[in-house]
Design a protein around this ligand. Sequence first.
Ligand SMILES: [Mn+2]
Length: 324
Amino acid sequence: MAIINNSWEEIASVLKPAETVLVFTHQKMDGDAVGSSCGLTRALRQMGKTAYVLMEDDEIADNLQFLDEGYCTTDEHVLENPDVSICVDASALSRFPKRSGKFTTGKTTVCVDHHLAEEPFCDYHYVDPGSAAASVLVHHLIRAMGAPIDEGTASLLYAGITTDTGNFQYSNTDEDALLTAADLVKTGFDVNRVSVQMYENVSPQKMRLKAAALENMQIMAGGKLVMTAVTQQMLKDCGAQMIDAEGIVSEIRSIRGAEIAIVMKEDIGKVFVSLRAKGDADVQKIAAKFGGGGHVKAAGCTMKGVSLKEAWDSFAEAASESLE
Ligand SMILES: [Mn+2]
C-alpha cells in the first residue's frame, strides 16, 4: 500500500495542541538525523511543549555533538505515552529498531521523511523522496505550525541540509534546499561556525589514515578506476579505527577522469568494500555481483572468507569489465 501524504496543515494541527512530543530518528545518526530531530525539538520547546529526541544510538558522532544542546536522551522513560511520537529522517520502524516499541506508545504517530518508504506505519505521513533532506521538510513543518525559527533552530536545520547535499554539491541540491538554506541564513546564525565544526574537525588519526590510503592508491583502466585498501596494520600505525576510513572513497572518486572508486576495508575474516561512481558508471551492478547492494552512484558489500588480495582482484576485474 503506497503512502498517501497528509498536508502540512493537517500535520501542524496534530502537533499544535500536543503537550508532550517524543522525536525519533534513524540509528547511526548523521547530520540530517541530528539536525532535523533536534531542530524540530527546539521549535516545539519554544512553543511551550515538553519535547525530546529519543536516540537509538548510545552517543553522537564527535563532529555532530555541538548540535545537541540538551535535546537528545537515551532514557526511554523521559516521557510516558507522549501525545505525539514523530520520526524524522526515518520512514520505517526498522530504522530505529530498539525504540520502535516506544514509538508506538505515542497517542498519535507521525512520519516526516525524505527516504523512499514501502508502506504507511503512522497515523500521519509526509514522505517526499524527492526532497534533499529531512531538515528541509522539518523547516516546512515548523513554518506550517507558525512557530518561530531562531538562530539555534536555523543552525540545526542548516547542518542537516549541508550534510545531505554534500555541502550543496550533490545532484539533490535543488531550489527547495537552497531557498530553505537562504531562509535559515536570514536568522543571522554563524554559518562558518557550523561548517568548521562539521568539516574542519577531523582527528589527526583520521587524517593520517587518509594519507596512508592515498599513498597506496592505484589507478587502473586507463584512469577510470581508482582503488585503495585500508588494512588492520594501517589502523594500528595511525592509531585509527575503521570508522575513520569513511570519506576516503569519495575523496579518490574526485580524481580527474575517475569513474569508479573502490576502497577495500580489511576486517577479521572479511573485507568490506565501498564503491562510488561518477558520470555514467554504475557501481550497484558491480556490488550486486558479489551479493552487495546500494545505489547506482554509491554501493557496498561484504566479502566473507576471502583475503584482501582475493577481494581486491575480484573487484578490480569486475570494475574494469564494467568500464569497457
Ligand atoms: Mn536525511
